[in-house]
Design a binder for this molecule. Structure first.
Ligand SMILES: [Zn+2]
Length: 421
Protein backbone atom coordinates (compact mmCIF):
# COMPACT_ATOMS: atom_id res chain seq x y z
CA UNK A 1 0.00 0.00 0.00
CA UNK A 2 2.87 2.32 0.76
CA UNK A 3 4.18 1.63 -2.67
CA UNK A 4 0.84 2.29 -4.29
CA UNK A 5 0.34 5.62 -2.51
CA UNK A 6 3.87 6.81 -3.18
CA UNK A 7 3.57 5.80 -6.81
CA UNK A 8 0.19 7.47 -7.15
CA UNK A 9 1.66 10.64 -5.74
CA UNK A 10 4.60 10.46 -8.10
CA UNK A 11 2.25 9.90 -10.96
CA UNK A 12 0.18 12.92 -9.95
CA UNK A 13 3.32 14.96 -9.71
CA UNK A 14 5.24 13.58 -12.61
CA UNK A 15 5.05 16.91 -14.40
CA UNK A 16 6.07 18.81 -11.32
CA UNK A 17 8.90 16.35 -10.80
CA UNK A 18 10.22 16.67 -14.31
CA UNK A 19 9.74 20.42 -14.27
CA UNK A 20 11.62 21.07 -11.05
CA UNK A 21 14.83 19.15 -10.68
CA UNK A 22 15.06 19.55 -6.92
CA UNK A 23 11.69 17.88 -6.29
CA UNK A 24 13.02 14.61 -7.59
CA UNK A 25 14.69 13.34 -4.42
CA UNK A 26 11.65 13.54 -2.19
CA UNK A 27 9.31 11.90 -4.62
CA UNK A 28 11.12 8.59 -4.42
CA UNK A 29 11.08 7.80 -0.76
CA UNK A 30 8.26 9.08 1.29
CA UNK A 31 7.86 6.98 4.42
CA UNK A 32 4.37 5.94 5.48
CA UNK A 33 3.21 5.58 9.08
CA UNK A 34 0.08 5.18 11.08
CA UNK A 35 -0.19 6.40 14.64
CA UNK A 36 -2.04 4.27 17.18
CA UNK A 37 -2.36 5.36 20.79
CA UNK A 38 -3.00 3.27 23.90
CA UNK A 39 -6.80 3.64 23.70
CA UNK A 40 -6.83 2.30 20.18
CA UNK A 41 -7.54 5.69 18.66
CA UNK A 42 -5.90 5.71 15.29
CA UNK A 43 -4.74 8.83 13.56
CA UNK A 44 -5.48 9.07 9.83
CA UNK A 45 -2.75 7.60 7.72
CA UNK A 46 -0.06 10.16 7.12
CA UNK A 47 2.76 10.08 4.70
CA UNK A 48 5.86 12.17 5.09
CA UNK A 49 8.85 13.41 7.04
CA UNK A 50 8.65 14.49 10.66
CA UNK A 51 10.56 15.05 13.89
CA UNK A 52 13.29 12.44 14.31
CA UNK A 53 13.84 11.74 10.60
CA UNK A 54 17.12 12.43 8.82
CA UNK A 55 18.62 12.21 5.34
CA UNK A 56 18.97 14.08 2.04
CA UNK A 57 15.23 14.79 1.76
CA UNK A 58 15.26 16.45 5.18
CA UNK A 59 18.29 18.52 4.12
CA UNK A 60 16.31 19.62 1.07
CA UNK A 61 13.31 20.63 3.21
CA UNK A 62 15.65 22.61 5.47
CA UNK A 63 17.18 24.39 2.49
CA UNK A 64 13.76 25.37 1.13
CA UNK A 65 12.63 26.79 4.49
CA UNK A 66 15.96 28.59 4.86
CA UNK A 67 15.41 30.29 1.49
CA UNK A 68 12.06 31.53 2.82
CA UNK A 69 13.80 32.91 5.92
CA UNK A 70 12.02 30.56 8.32
CA UNK A 71 15.20 28.72 9.33
CA UNK A 72 18.94 29.36 9.40
CA UNK A 73 20.72 27.24 6.80
CA UNK A 74 23.04 25.05 8.88
CA UNK A 75 23.58 22.35 6.25
CA UNK A 76 22.12 19.79 8.68
CA UNK A 77 20.09 16.81 7.42
CA UNK A 78 18.21 16.19 10.70
CA UNK A 79 14.54 16.83 11.34
CA UNK A 80 15.07 18.50 14.73
CA UNK A 81 12.92 20.72 16.99
CA UNK A 82 13.98 23.82 15.09
CA UNK A 83 12.83 22.35 11.77
CA UNK A 84 9.62 21.13 13.39
CA UNK A 85 8.84 24.69 14.51
CA UNK A 86 9.69 26.11 11.08
CA UNK A 87 7.46 23.56 9.30
CA UNK A 88 4.54 24.27 11.64
CA UNK A 89 4.98 28.02 11.17
CA UNK A 90 5.04 27.60 7.39
CA UNK A 91 1.92 25.40 7.46
CA UNK A 92 0.07 27.85 9.69
CA UNK A 93 0.95 30.82 7.48
CA UNK A 94 -0.31 28.91 4.45
CA UNK A 95 -3.62 27.87 6.01
CA UNK A 96 -2.69 24.18 6.12
CA UNK A 97 -2.97 21.87 9.11
CA UNK A 98 0.01 22.73 11.30
CA UNK A 99 0.99 19.14 12.12
CA UNK A 100 4.74 19.50 11.53
CA UNK A 101 4.70 16.66 8.98
CA UNK A 102 6.09 17.30 5.49
CA UNK A 103 3.84 15.08 3.37
CA UNK A 104 3.06 15.48 -0.34
CA UNK A 105 0.73 18.47 0.14
CA UNK A 106 3.09 20.45 2.38
CA UNK A 107 6.00 19.59 0.13
CA UNK A 108 4.17 20.84 -2.96
CA UNK A 109 3.32 24.16 -1.30
CA UNK A 110 6.89 24.47 -0.04
CA UNK A 111 8.14 23.92 -3.55
CA UNK A 112 5.75 26.54 -4.99
CA UNK A 113 6.77 29.14 -2.42
CA UNK A 114 10.16 29.77 -4.01
CA UNK A 115 8.71 31.55 -7.06
CA UNK A 116 8.57 35.35 -6.99
CA UNK A 117 6.76 37.36 -9.66
CA UNK A 118 9.28 37.95 -12.46
CA UNK A 119 11.34 34.80 -11.80
CA UNK A 120 9.95 32.97 -14.85
CA UNK A 121 7.59 33.44 -17.78
CA UNK A 122 3.98 32.71 -16.89
CA UNK A 123 1.29 31.50 -19.26
CA UNK A 124 -1.60 29.06 -19.41
CA UNK A 125 -0.37 25.59 -20.30
CA UNK A 126 -3.38 23.31 -20.75
CA UNK A 127 -1.72 20.00 -19.86
CA UNK A 128 0.52 21.35 -17.13
CA UNK A 129 -0.76 24.49 -15.37
CA UNK A 130 1.92 26.53 -13.64
CA UNK A 131 1.57 26.73 -9.87
CA UNK A 132 3.39 28.99 -7.47
CA UNK A 133 3.54 32.10 -5.35
CA UNK A 134 4.36 34.13 -8.48
CA UNK A 135 1.06 33.02 -10.05
CA UNK A 136 -0.74 34.02 -6.85
CA UNK A 137 0.93 37.45 -6.95
CA UNK A 138 -0.07 37.88 -10.61
CA UNK A 139 -3.68 36.93 -9.82
CA UNK A 140 -3.80 39.35 -6.89
CA UNK A 141 -2.38 42.14 -9.04
CA UNK A 142 -4.83 41.52 -11.90
CA UNK A 143 -7.71 41.41 -9.44
CA UNK A 144 -6.66 44.73 -7.91
CA UNK A 145 -6.58 46.17 -11.40
CA UNK A 146 -10.15 45.01 -12.00
CA UNK A 147 -9.57 41.91 -14.15
CA UNK A 148 -11.44 38.71 -13.41
CA UNK A 149 -9.08 35.81 -12.72
CA UNK A 150 -11.53 33.49 -10.95
CA UNK A 151 -10.22 32.10 -7.69
CA UNK A 152 -6.94 33.63 -6.51
CA UNK A 153 -5.38 30.23 -5.89
CA UNK A 154 -1.85 30.35 -7.32
CA UNK A 155 -2.81 28.02 -10.20
CA UNK A 156 -2.51 29.49 -13.70
CA UNK A 157 -5.82 28.30 -15.17
CA UNK A 158 -7.74 29.39 -18.30
CA UNK A 159 -9.47 32.30 -16.57
CA UNK A 160 -6.17 33.74 -15.39
CA UNK A 161 -4.96 33.44 -19.00
CA UNK A 162 -8.04 35.30 -20.27
CA UNK A 163 -7.64 38.01 -17.63
CA UNK A 164 -3.99 38.42 -18.60
CA UNK A 165 -4.87 38.81 -22.31
CA UNK A 166 -7.55 41.32 -21.40
CA UNK A 167 -4.99 43.26 -19.35
CA UNK A 168 -2.47 43.17 -22.20
CA UNK A 169 -5.09 44.46 -24.66
CA UNK A 170 -5.91 47.27 -22.23
CA UNK A 171 -2.33 48.48 -21.93
CA UNK A 172 -1.51 48.07 -25.64
CA UNK A 173 0.72 45.02 -25.34
CA UNK A 174 0.48 42.00 -27.67
CA UNK A 175 -2.31 39.91 -26.16
CA UNK A 176 -0.36 36.66 -26.15
CA UNK A 177 -1.38 35.58 -22.64
CA UNK A 178 2.26 35.22 -21.63
CA UNK A 179 3.52 37.20 -18.71
CA UNK A 180 7.06 38.24 -19.68
CA UNK A 181 9.30 41.26 -19.00
CA UNK A 182 7.04 43.79 -20.80
CA UNK A 183 3.95 42.63 -18.94
CA UNK A 184 5.75 42.53 -15.58
CA UNK A 185 6.77 46.15 -16.14
CA UNK A 186 3.25 47.22 -17.06
CA UNK A 187 1.83 45.43 -14.02
CA UNK A 188 4.26 47.18 -11.70
CA UNK A 189 3.60 50.60 -13.27
CA UNK A 190 -0.16 50.70 -12.89
CA UNK A 191 -1.95 51.89 -9.81
CA UNK A 192 -4.86 49.72 -8.72
CA UNK A 193 -8.15 51.09 -10.06
CA UNK A 194 -10.11 49.07 -7.55
CA UNK A 195 -9.71 49.89 -3.90
CA UNK A 196 -11.65 48.27 -1.10
CA UNK A 197 -14.42 45.81 -1.86
CA UNK A 198 -13.91 42.53 -3.57
CA UNK A 199 -14.83 42.78 -7.27
CA UNK A 200 -14.03 39.11 -7.85
CA UNK A 201 -16.33 38.02 -5.05
CA UNK A 202 -19.13 40.33 -6.14
CA UNK A 203 -18.90 38.82 -9.62
CA UNK A 204 -18.90 35.29 -8.20
CA UNK A 205 -22.02 35.97 -6.16
CA UNK A 206 -23.72 37.62 -9.15
CA UNK A 207 -22.88 34.65 -11.41
CA UNK A 208 -24.33 32.35 -8.80
CA UNK A 209 -27.60 34.28 -8.64
CA UNK A 210 -27.86 34.27 -12.42
CA UNK A 211 -27.43 30.50 -12.40
CA UNK A 212 -31.01 30.45 -11.14
CA UNK A 213 -32.59 29.38 -7.93
CA UNK A 214 -33.70 25.99 -9.10
CA UNK A 215 -31.67 22.94 -8.19
CA UNK A 216 -32.54 20.74 -11.22
CA UNK A 217 -29.61 20.53 -13.63
CA UNK A 218 -26.99 21.56 -11.09
CA UNK A 219 -24.03 19.23 -10.63
CA UNK A 220 -22.85 18.50 -7.13
CA UNK A 221 -19.89 16.28 -6.31
CA UNK A 222 -20.02 14.57 -2.93
CA UNK A 223 -16.66 13.41 -1.66
CA UNK A 224 -16.67 10.77 1.05
CA UNK A 225 -13.22 11.15 2.67
CA UNK A 226 -10.57 8.42 2.87
CA UNK A 227 -11.42 4.96 1.46
CA UNK A 228 -9.58 1.86 0.33
CA UNK A 229 -7.01 0.86 2.94
CA UNK A 230 -7.20 4.33 4.48
CA UNK A 231 -10.04 3.99 6.98
CA UNK A 232 -9.63 7.52 8.37
CA UNK A 233 -10.43 8.13 12.02
CA UNK A 234 -11.65 5.31 14.23
CA UNK A 235 -13.45 5.46 17.56
CA UNK A 236 -16.22 3.77 19.56
CA UNK A 237 -16.38 0.94 17.03
CA UNK A 238 -16.95 3.30 14.10
CA UNK A 239 -14.74 3.84 11.07
CA UNK A 240 -14.70 7.20 9.33
CA UNK A 241 -14.37 5.79 5.78
CA UNK A 242 -17.49 3.62 6.15
CA UNK A 243 -19.47 6.27 8.01
CA UNK A 244 -18.89 8.98 5.41
CA UNK A 245 -19.79 6.54 2.61
CA UNK A 246 -23.14 6.10 4.31
CA UNK A 247 -23.59 9.85 4.85
CA UNK A 248 -22.62 10.60 1.25
CA UNK A 249 -25.17 8.06 -0.03
CA UNK A 250 -27.89 9.70 2.06
CA UNK A 251 -26.99 13.15 0.71
CA UNK A 252 -26.79 11.78 -2.83
CA UNK A 253 -30.26 10.24 -2.65
CA UNK A 254 -31.84 13.43 -1.38
CA UNK A 255 -30.06 15.67 -3.88
CA UNK A 256 -31.08 13.36 -6.74
CA UNK A 257 -34.69 13.74 -5.59
CA UNK A 258 -34.40 17.51 -6.14
CA UNK A 259 -33.14 17.01 -9.71
CA UNK A 260 -29.46 17.60 -8.99
CA UNK A 261 -26.90 15.47 -10.86
CA UNK A 262 -24.78 14.00 -8.12
CA UNK A 263 -21.42 12.28 -8.42
CA UNK A 264 -19.46 10.54 -5.71
CA UNK A 265 -15.66 10.79 -5.88
CA UNK A 266 -15.33 7.21 -4.77
CA UNK A 267 -17.26 4.02 -4.24
CA UNK A 268 -16.98 1.51 -1.43
CA UNK A 269 -14.33 -0.50 -3.25
CA UNK A 270 -12.35 2.37 -4.78
CA UNK A 271 -8.63 2.35 -3.99
CA UNK A 272 -7.14 5.28 -2.15
CA UNK A 273 -7.43 8.69 -3.76
CA UNK A 274 -5.47 11.73 -2.77
CA UNK A 275 -7.07 15.15 -2.39
CA UNK A 276 -5.66 16.35 -5.69
CA UNK A 277 -7.28 13.49 -7.64
CA UNK A 278 -10.59 14.23 -5.94
CA UNK A 279 -10.32 17.87 -7.02
CA UNK A 280 -9.55 16.82 -10.60
CA UNK A 281 -12.57 14.51 -10.55
CA UNK A 282 -14.83 17.44 -9.62
CA UNK A 283 -13.23 19.65 -12.28
CA UNK A 284 -13.72 16.97 -14.94
CA UNK A 285 -17.35 16.53 -13.85
CA UNK A 286 -17.93 20.28 -14.34
CA UNK A 287 -19.44 20.46 -10.86
CA UNK A 288 -21.20 23.56 -9.52
CA UNK A 289 -20.34 22.66 -5.92
CA UNK A 290 -18.24 20.11 -4.07
CA UNK A 291 -18.93 18.85 -0.57
CA UNK A 292 -16.33 16.70 1.14
CA UNK A 293 -17.64 14.70 4.08
CA UNK A 294 -15.44 13.67 7.02
CA UNK A 295 -15.73 12.92 10.72
CA UNK A 296 -13.07 14.07 13.13
CA UNK A 297 -11.13 12.54 16.04
CA UNK A 298 -8.99 13.87 18.85
CA UNK A 299 -6.86 12.32 21.61
CA UNK A 300 -8.97 14.31 24.08
CA UNK A 301 -12.37 12.51 24.29
CA UNK A 302 -14.05 15.77 25.30
CA UNK A 303 -13.48 17.27 21.83
CA UNK A 304 -16.81 17.29 19.97
CA UNK A 305 -18.87 19.14 17.39
CA UNK A 306 -19.13 20.08 13.74
CA UNK A 307 -16.83 22.37 11.74
CA UNK A 308 -16.76 23.40 8.06
CA UNK A 309 -13.87 24.58 5.91
CA UNK A 310 -13.68 26.63 2.70
CA UNK A 311 -10.81 27.83 0.51
CA UNK A 312 -9.00 30.84 1.87
CA UNK A 313 -6.37 32.19 4.19
CA UNK A 314 -6.46 34.50 7.18
CA UNK A 315 -2.84 35.41 6.66
CA UNK A 316 -2.43 39.19 6.70
CA UNK A 317 -0.07 39.53 3.76
CA UNK A 318 -2.21 37.32 1.56
CA UNK A 319 -5.47 39.20 1.77
CA UNK A 320 -8.55 38.65 -0.28
CA UNK A 321 -8.07 35.10 -1.41
CA UNK A 322 -11.15 33.63 0.24
CA UNK A 323 -13.72 31.90 -1.92
CA UNK A 324 -16.90 33.93 -1.34
CA UNK A 325 -19.31 31.18 -2.37
CA UNK A 326 -17.26 28.55 -0.54
CA UNK A 327 -17.53 30.64 2.61
CA UNK A 328 -21.26 31.12 2.06
CA UNK A 329 -21.89 27.39 1.54
CA UNK A 330 -19.72 26.51 4.54
CA UNK A 331 -21.69 28.94 6.69
CA UNK A 332 -25.02 27.53 5.51
CA UNK A 333 -24.01 23.90 6.09
CA UNK A 334 -22.62 24.81 9.48
CA UNK A 335 -25.77 26.63 10.58
CA UNK A 336 -28.21 24.03 9.23
CA UNK A 337 -26.33 21.13 10.82
CA UNK A 338 -25.94 22.90 14.17
CA UNK A 339 -29.60 23.98 14.35
CA UNK A 340 -30.99 20.61 13.28
CA UNK A 341 -28.68 18.32 15.29
CA UNK A 342 -27.57 20.36 18.30
CA UNK A 343 -23.95 19.28 17.64
CA UNK A 344 -21.44 21.72 19.18
CA UNK A 345 -20.72 24.63 16.82
CA UNK A 346 -17.00 24.56 16.00
CA UNK A 347 -17.58 27.22 13.32
CA UNK A 348 -16.29 27.71 9.77
CA UNK A 349 -12.64 28.20 8.89
CA UNK A 350 -10.55 29.23 5.87
CA UNK A 351 -8.03 26.59 4.78
CA UNK A 352 -5.84 25.99 1.75
CA UNK A 353 -6.18 22.20 1.77
CA UNK A 354 -5.62 20.67 -1.65
CA UNK A 355 -9.21 19.67 -2.36
CA UNK A 356 -10.42 23.19 -1.54
CA UNK A 357 -7.68 24.82 -3.55
CA UNK A 358 -7.54 22.75 -6.72
CA UNK A 359 -11.28 22.63 -7.32
CA UNK A 360 -12.43 25.27 -9.84
CA UNK A 361 -15.84 25.55 -8.17
CA UNK A 362 -16.80 26.37 -4.57
CA UNK A 363 -15.83 23.48 -2.32
CA UNK A 364 -16.53 22.84 1.34
CA UNK A 365 -15.25 20.21 3.72
CA UNK A 366 -17.42 19.33 6.66
CA UNK A 367 -16.20 17.45 9.74
CA UNK A 368 -19.39 16.04 11.24
CA UNK A 369 -18.61 15.32 14.88
CA UNK A 370 -15.83 13.41 16.68
CA UNK A 371 -15.67 9.62 16.65
CA UNK A 372 -13.54 9.87 19.80
CA UNK A 373 -16.34 11.65 21.67
CA UNK A 374 -18.86 9.37 23.33
CA UNK A 375 -21.96 11.46 22.55
CA UNK A 376 -21.01 12.37 18.97
CA UNK A 377 -20.16 8.73 18.18
CA UNK A 378 -23.41 7.44 19.72
CA UNK A 379 -25.41 9.86 17.60
CA UNK A 380 -23.50 9.16 14.40
CA UNK A 381 -24.10 5.43 14.90
CA UNK A 382 -27.82 6.11 14.57
CA UNK A 383 -29.22 6.02 10.98
CA UNK A 384 -31.97 8.51 11.90
CA UNK A 385 -29.35 11.03 12.97
CA UNK A 386 -27.45 10.56 9.73
CA UNK A 387 -30.67 11.31 7.85
CA UNK A 388 -31.02 14.61 9.71
CA UNK A 389 -27.42 15.53 8.84
CA UNK A 390 -27.96 14.64 5.18
CA UNK A 391 -31.11 16.76 5.02
CA UNK A 392 -29.24 19.70 6.60
CA UNK A 393 -26.58 19.51 3.89
CA UNK A 394 -29.13 19.31 1.06
CA UNK A 395 -31.05 22.30 2.40
CA UNK A 396 -27.80 24.27 2.65
CA UNK A 397 -27.12 23.53 -1.03
CA UNK A 398 -30.57 24.78 -1.99
CA UNK A 399 -30.13 27.92 0.10
CA UNK A 400 -26.98 28.85 -1.83
CA UNK A 401 -29.18 29.33 -4.90
CA UNK A 402 -32.17 30.96 -3.24
CA UNK A 403 -32.45 34.74 -3.57
CA UNK A 404 -32.14 36.14 -0.06
CA UNK A 405 -35.72 37.44 0.17
CA UNK A 406 -37.05 33.94 -0.56
CA UNK A 407 -34.67 32.27 1.83
CA UNK A 408 -36.40 30.54 4.73
CA UNK A 409 -35.14 30.69 8.29
CA UNK A 410 -32.36 28.27 9.20
CA UNK A 411 -33.69 24.89 10.23
CA UNK A 412 -37.15 25.52 8.73
CA UNK A 413 -36.79 24.38 5.14
CA UNK A 414 -37.75 20.73 4.62
CA UNK A 415 -36.76 18.46 1.78
CA UNK A 416 -40.43 18.34 0.86
CA UNK A 417 -40.31 22.10 0.12
CA UNK A 418 -37.43 21.59 -2.27
CA UNK A 419 -38.90 18.74 -4.29
CA UNK A 420 -42.28 20.46 -4.67
CA UNK A 421 -41.17 22.66 -7.60
ZN1 LIG B 1 -11.20 12.57 7.49
Amino acid sequence: MTTYTALAWRWQNRRLVTATADSVHLAFWLPCRRGVDAKGWRAPMTLGYRLGDAGPAVAEIRAKLARLGLLSDSGSDRFDEELDRAVRQFQQERGMSADGVVGPATYRVLDEARWRLGDRLLSYVVANPQVGDDVLALQQRLTELGFEVGLVDGVFGPRTGEALREFQRNVGLPADGTCGPGTFKALARLTPIVTGGRPDNLRAVEALRQAGKRLPGKIVVIDPGHGGQDRGNVGHGLEEAALVEDLAARVEGRLAATGVHTYLTRGVTTAELDEYSRAQFANDAGANLVISVHVDAHPNPAASGVATYFYGSDRLDRPGINSAIGEMLAGLIQREVVVRTGLTDCRTHAKTWELLRHTRMPAVRVELGYLTNHDDAARLAHPGFRDVVAEAIVVAVQRVYLPSHEDAQTGRLRLHDLTGN
